[in-house]
Design a protein around this ligand. Structure first.
Ligand code: KIV
Ligand code: ZN
Length: 516
């Protein structure tokens, strides 16, 4: 690999997914992994297999279904240094064409004393044994000294030299708590390159958290000092304030190639779709002013800017929306468009549907085109992304009627179908959404507690599709759900039912408890 090539290691499905509110089931992780493969990241860290059976299954399925594709990214699993952890990790990633085991242990005195209760010598020995054990399974082994930014420098370098000697091919330096600042971090990376034996034989990587808002700056500075792998996530999701954002790193390297002189293998035209798919799956939308993928990232409001852009885009635009595959929001299809035209447009948007999937999408499209005057790319994306991450439906919405208004007690009647049988009930509430959900509870006999509710319009216009994301607690289990419709009460009921269906479907829930 040329010295100017930067390896993009995506950890959206591991570090990103482990943050509260971002959990994904196997179907969702697979959908996201397929998009990461289209994006052409080099490595997908798909999960932490020992952390739960669901994580194991999801990592294994990503390895089997995405990691075996022609030209697929390497599929990586995370593992502590315990040998049983490494065995479990290998069991999950072994199906990929290019499996990777990523093993880590903390090296800061703070973590050794309070978390691990181990001496420096014990940790060094465990790290070496883990890397040797992992090398018994595959050549592609990565090691991370957790909390590197607060570790004693000489001790951390001794650990790195030892794991390289034991066969690690990548050493990754994490700023686990987002404590580093760019200049100091860059110097640390440069000193590691001078001090660690064998460092020239391996890939030097960084993994930066964003607690002080420096994750991207720290990652880019590390590149200037010789790092050649960046660990990052789509939309910058991750523990606490998140990880370094993939789209910001990739677009900074592309837009400022004159300065960095570095390149990645990422197909930047897939960035926007990856960002939106992740938001759709998790129900968490990026802030409007988020660099590169935010709603306003390419919007010019000030008159003087608009004037400049109309005369010559370069006056205020350093990137073009099409560079990241941002749809132009143009009117694409109408009520009379056929199945063929829909399939072709969906393909352009990255959804390659055929057979029964296309039939379902076409039916939905016709219903949508009947209700909505204009159908935009974003409507189509919202419509089929729902379909793509669908889980088996225990309950299906058959009918919904709600009444509300000033001075009225809001009420709703709902009819659901379960196992071919129809059930109907009604409810009242402090608003039509509350009433519809109460009617659903009356049918299912389960009382859900709505912990979070978000409504967003997929496009502009009064007739826009409303996308609802909910988080609901059913008897101690928290599940999320999504639903969309031009009618926001229906979208809310669909999101709530989606959460109920996830509850009934085993891959829909996750319980993660993992110690040091
Ligand atoms: O932040 C961190 O230290 C990590 C490691 C497991 C690489 O996520
Ligand atoms: Zn991390």
């Amino acid at each position: 690999m040329s010295d100017s090539r930067v390896i993009i290691f995506d950890t959206t499905l591991r570090d990103g997914e482990q943050a509260p509110g971002f959990s994904m089931n196997t179907v969702e992780k697979l959908e996201m992994a397929r998009q990461l493969a289209r994006l052409q990241v080099d490595v997908i860290e798909a999960g932490f297999p020992i952390s739960s059976d669901e994580d194991f299954e999801a990592t294994r399925e990503v390895a089997k279904q995405v990691g075996t594709l022609e030209g697929a990214p390497a599929i990586c699993g995370l593992s502590r240094v315990g040998l049983a952890d490494i065995d479990r990790c290998w069991e999950a990633v072994r199906y990929a064409r290019r499996p990777r085991i990523h093993t880590f242990v903390a090296t800061s005195d703070l973590h050794l004393k309070y978390k691990l209760r181990k001496s420096r010598a014990e940790v060094l020995t465990a790290a070496v044994q883990a890397v040797r054990h992992a090398r018994g399974y595959c050549a592609d082994v990565e090691f991370s000294p957790e909390d590197a930014s607060r570790s004693d420098f000489d001790y951390m370098c001794d650990v790195l030299s030892a794991v390289i000697d034991a066969g690690a091919q990548t050493v990754n330096i994490p700023d686990t708590v987002g404590y580093a600042v760019p200049q100091e971090w860059g110097e640390r990376i440069a000193r590691i390159r001078e001090r660690v034996q064998g460092i020239d034989r391996v890939v030097l990587s960084v993994h930066c958290h964003n607690d002080l808002g420096q994750a991207v700056a720290n990652s880019l500075t590390a590149l200037l000092h010789g790092a050649r792998q960046i660990e990052c996530t789509v939309n910058g999701i991750g523990e606490r304030a998140g990880n370094a954002s993939l789209e910001e790193i990739v677009m900074a390297l592309r837009t400022r190639r004159d300065f960095f002189g570095l390149e990645t293998n990422v197909r930047t035209e897939e960035i926007f779709r990856a960002s939106r798919l992740l938001s759709h799956i998790t129900g968490v939308h990026v802030q409007p002013n988020k660099a590169v993928v935010g709603e306003n990232a390419f919007a010019h409001e000030a008159g003087i800017h608009q004037d400049g852009v109309l005369k010559e885009k370069l006056t205020y635009e350093i990137m073009r929306p099409e560079d990241i595959g941002r749809p132009s929001n143009k009117l694409v299809l109408g009520k009379h468009s056929g199945r063929h035209a829909l399939a072709a447009r969906l393909k352009d948007l990255g959804f390659d549907l055929a057979g029964a999937e296309l039939d379902r999408a076409f039916k939905k499209f016709k219903e949508l085109a009947d209700r909505k005057k204009e159908v935009y790319d974003e409507d189509l994306a919202a419509m089929v992304a729902d379909e793509a991450t669908q889980i088996p439906e225990t309950y299906t919405l058959d009918y919904l009627h709600s009444i509300s208004g000033t001075g009225l007690i809001p009420s709703a009647t709902v009819r659901l179908v379960k196992d071919g049988q129809t059930f109907q009930d009604s409810g009242v509430g402090d608003g039509p959404v509350d009433a519809a959900l109460a009617a659903i509870d009356a049918i299912t006999g389960l009382k859900g507690r709505l912990l979070d509710y978000a409504l967003r319009a997929a496009t502009g216009g009064k007739d826009a599709i409303g996308e609802v994301s909910v988080k609901v607690e059913f008897d101690g289990t928290v599940v999320s759900g999504k639903g969309s419709s031009t009618d926001v009460i229906e979208a809310s009921a669909r999101a709530y039912l989606n959460a109920l269906n996830r509850l009934a479907h085993p891959t829909g829930q996750k319980v993660k408890e993992i110690g040091p």
